[in-house]
Design a protein around this ligand. Sequence first.
Ligand code: ACM
Length: 509
Amino acid sequence: MVFPDPSHAPLPLVPTPASAQRGEGRLPLTSMTRIVGEATDAPVLIDAVAGRCGIRPEITSDQPQPGDIALRIDAGVAETGGYTLSVADGVEIVGADDAGLFYGIHTLLQLLGEGEEGWGWQRAEISDAPRFSYRGVMLDVVRRFYPVSEVKTVIDRAAALKFNHLHLHLTDDQGWRLQIDSWPLLTEKASTTSAGGDAGGFYTKDDYREIVAHAASRHITIVPEIDLPGHTHAIGVAYPDLVEDPVISDALAQSQAELGQDLPVAGVPFTGWGVGHSSVRIRQERTYDFVRDVLTELSELTPGPYLHIGGDESHGTSAEDFAYFVARVSAMVQELGKTPIAWHEAGAVKDIAAGTIGQFWGSLKPTDAHAAEAAHFVERGGALILSPSDAAYLDMKYDADFPLGLAWAGLVDLRRAYDWDAAEVIDVPTEAIAGVEAPLWAETVRDLSDAEQLMYPRIAAIAEQAWTSPETPERTWESFRARLGALAPLWQADGIRFHPTAEIDWSTR
Ligand code: ACM
């Protein structure tokens, strides 16, 4: 579709709101523009506006005047996390709650543009609320360690797309990334390297608290993952008696040979990409002392409701041992007062703790086994987070020539990331879908620039999947193309190094 008359183009909003009407022209933003009312999140607005056009709106307790930005909270205006936004003679944003007001501010920032008369807000009347309560991004901080400052950058940008959860994959074969006081060798011995042999790192407890607090200031809940019982080679580098010897399958031997990477050796840091060879010792009590200590310290650091216990690719653990372990550890998480989340393979376990949330990472057309595993979480009173790897995995290549990323789940161009429906992947009631998450695994990621190129623009497609109901008129690929292209100046101003895929006509102003 072509929009020759800009007044007919959809508003440049991603994710697109539940309802939006374009008004006439722009309301000027000037050095006289002030912020009035509920100003808790005003610094985010002020910093973003200053960064783009050098104007720093003042906060005032006066009555709003024409041109001002009035911020209010009124639970009656929208569902949880929703808001109304009016840009007419002034701006008024009414959040249903704090988060709703925050999301209204981010919608307003997408309406900021520069024309012949200078900077201004596109006039509009918007009423909006999220489709799903869980809208997540995942960082693999093991294969590539992200310093705290980079995690904060990722948080700020994810929040601008209305994501509200950041899943941190804190432990894996290649390293252990969080200080645990009761088992200090984890970070002393098993944190110094990452995939490919690059330097590693870890978060002290203060670092972690800083991340949690920064995320909370952006209405984002941190979801920490300790991947168990597989993906645990690093634990054995620190505490050899907790982990079995590596199980070298033919598939692992072949993949390591093709990659030119060493096979895993017990007690030695593993820097390859292969998966599935490690398992904690399931039938010894000391393993559960360890897991309980780790999860206890982690829950003390985690104000959010969730602890993710992994459960994927435990090929080094027998099905019987896996079931014993998952049932016991999911119950342990609940004893700590948290809700367990696990990758969908854990749904094979009949007695997984009731209420555990499953994270599905199979394909858009799942195998019967994956679909049954995912559905079992719902049968047990839990819910599902959808991360189909052939649509929502941000580390898949866009096309075969893309220099970064992997391709085992397929190539994921922007349209592939956009054009699916979370309610149609697994046959469960829609109410059982907590939401959607976009993981960025980091085998090929060397720095934040690499991460940004893999994330952007596909993360915007997943944001819309998570926020906007499929019945919304603008939730179409053609509309998304136009809206996303119009966001390019905003992303450039924010310094986001997005992949300029040819699927989009990127706007230059
Ligand atoms: C996964 O991709 N192993 C969850």
